[in-house]
Design a protein around this ligand. Structure first.
Ligand code: B1M
Length: 207
């Protein structure tokens, strides 16, 4: 069933992805397997095809829409009800970068772990991160970038948040990022995936 889910995702068949996620849940397949072995595995395969010019932006866009629909179906299972938020996280994808699937997943997992999430979306400028952190009394600002051409802005965002003197920790993630890079730009943490993002936020927020 998870292979079918991968195929439907890669073909951008949103309705089929939704149905197959429902069927997988009904069959008792663990949410994490549906996510990792179905949705994310399908998107990774498509990423290789994209790189090799076997598929192009329109196909990837419809697959991304199908992926987001699948994630929305999984969201209630990734999120447990929490009454008091453990902290506030402002999250967004940096300016010039439209990739939002990984960022959405990180936001969802953090919500599930009990944090209030202020999601600024994609293509977000430094001043919006600073304003949102100030207005929402954020504990953490989480930055996502999927392009080597946009990740370089993270340094300026880290500096802008520090200059605002809000005492907010900035953490970074996204496929081209590394711990070394995070250290170089002065970020408080780097997360290679959504689960590690939750661990890092716990470490920074829960005293
Ligand atoms: Co784009 N794209 N794309 N793309 N795209 C990549 C990233 C690329 C690697 C494809 C490739 O060549 N193999 C390549 C980047 C190369 C590089 O810079 N090194 C690329 C390119 C080149 C481009 C364009 C420039 C193509 C063009 O126009 N010629 C263009 C740029 C547009 C722009 O942003 N300005 C472009 C466009 C697009 C679409 C719009 C078509 C679409 C995005 C749709 C959307 O997001 N709504 C798209 C997609 C879907 C991809 C791939 C195929 C899949 C990305 C994805 O969603 N992965 C991608 C190839 C790939 O990654 N294999 C590719 C699934 C997601 C769950 O994983 O986002 O890595 P990921 O998130 C992970 C971790 O990284 C981490 O946790 C997540 C969950 O585990 N994480 C964080 C992410 N953010 C975090 C934040 C945190 C912590 C962890 O906070 C602290």
């Amino acid at each position: 069933m998870l292979n079918k889910l991968q195929d439907a995702l890669m073909a951008g068949k949103k309705a089929d992805v939704e149905t197959l996620v429902d069927q997988a849940l009904a069959a008792g397949i663990p949410t994490r397997r549906i996510l990792n072995e179905g949705l994310i595995a399908g998107m990774e395969k498509l990423g290789v095809m994209f790189k090799n010019n076997e598929v192009f932006i329109p196909e990837v866009l419809v697959a991304a829409r199908a992926m987001n629909a699948g994630l929305t179906k999984l969201e209630p299972y990734l999120i447990k009800d929490k009454i008091e938020p453990k902290g506030v996280v402002v999250i967004g994808t940096v300016k010039g970068d439209l990739h939002d699937i990984g960022k959405n997943l990180v936001a969802m997992m953090l919500k599930g772990a009990g944090y209030k999430i202020v999601d600024l979306g994609a293509d977000v400028a430094a001043d919006r991160f600073v304003d949102a952190a100030r207005q929402n009394k954020a504990d953490v600002v989480a930055l996502s970038a999927l392009l080597t051409t946009t990740m370089i802005q993270m340094k300026a965002i880290v500096q802008a948040v520090q200059a605002a003197g809000l005492g907010v920790s900035v953490i970074v993630g996204g496929a081209p990022l590394t711990q070394d890079y995070a250290d170089q730009i002065g970020a408080k943490g780097y997360a290679p995936d959504a689960a590690s993002a939750v661990d890092i936020v716990h470490r920074l927020v829960v005293k």
